[in-house]
Design a protein around this ligand. Sequence first.
Ligand code: SF4
Length: 334
Amino acid sequence: MNRFSYTRANEVSQAIEQHRAKGAAAFIAGGTNLVDLWRVNVAHPQVVIDINRLPLKQIEPTAAGGLKIGALVTNSAAAYDPQIAARYPLLSKAILAGASPQIRNVASVGGNLLQRTRCVYFYDAGTRCNKREPGTGCPALEGVNRMHAILGASEHCIAVHPSDMCVALAALDATVHLSGPDGSRVLPFADFHRLPGDTPHIDTNIRDDELITAVELPKQGFAQHHAYIKVRDRASYAFALVSVALGLELDGDVIVNARCALGGVAHKPWRNTDAEASLQGKTLSAETVRNFATDLLRDAQGRRGNAFKVELTARAIERAFLGASQRSFEESGL
Ligand code: SF4
């Protein structure tokens, strides 16, 4: 049995102080991933700090013209918020593509960023796993790896980040607000999650004693031209084999700005800003999109169980461009 103590905080500063005083502590909000990990003996917090009473449930406009979403806003509340639905429909769609309504009703925005991979070996405490126990090995390399990474993986871990919401936040260039004993800081979304390298047990660049307080969206929401494509084994309540979050700014047929993040393919939402920049000023055509997908997937490497994901991702990118530009296959030549 895992013995633990439970405490509750009413203010951010109190939660941080409780964490500092208690050592091996975990913050808990919705608990939709932490409790799973706890039950299968992958997480063993000695102290659990309930943060549900912290004043982090607002969605409010920023001076820069964007929106700030409190870390304790539930996934459902974020997806159905009228401002988010109208200005950032890409984010709403990505959130609603994830999990189930029951889970979205309790899962928090902050917790969504911190959810851990769904690699089956990671959840099985009876197997080796470098992410769970550094230095023990990675059975997924030669084992069951249908859901695993084709980009940015290492010989130590080929797990993928499971979130849908984070793929949209990456495409939207969100930022993450953090508070800790040394004060507050803001991380660009691209710097929040990490690639596995030789430290696959560390998923993010947030410190153990820091708390996510908000996610901020910049002004540009790509409300007019966007798409979230999720390809999965089941029509609902399934993690992505591949997903694509795409935002386009178009002037007629010409691409003014493009942002494209991939999910289900790497240890973090995957972007290639050079490939995106190469789209600027180009006419939207089948050739443009195919060349972009080729650029994005140039270093992709499949394994026995997931090699199909390379072509699947290319096709999902094409579908995302069709959806975002509101064209048909006939019109586009794809
Ligand atoms: Fe563990 Fe990562 Fe290998 Fe899965 S892919 S078994 S999480 S080291």
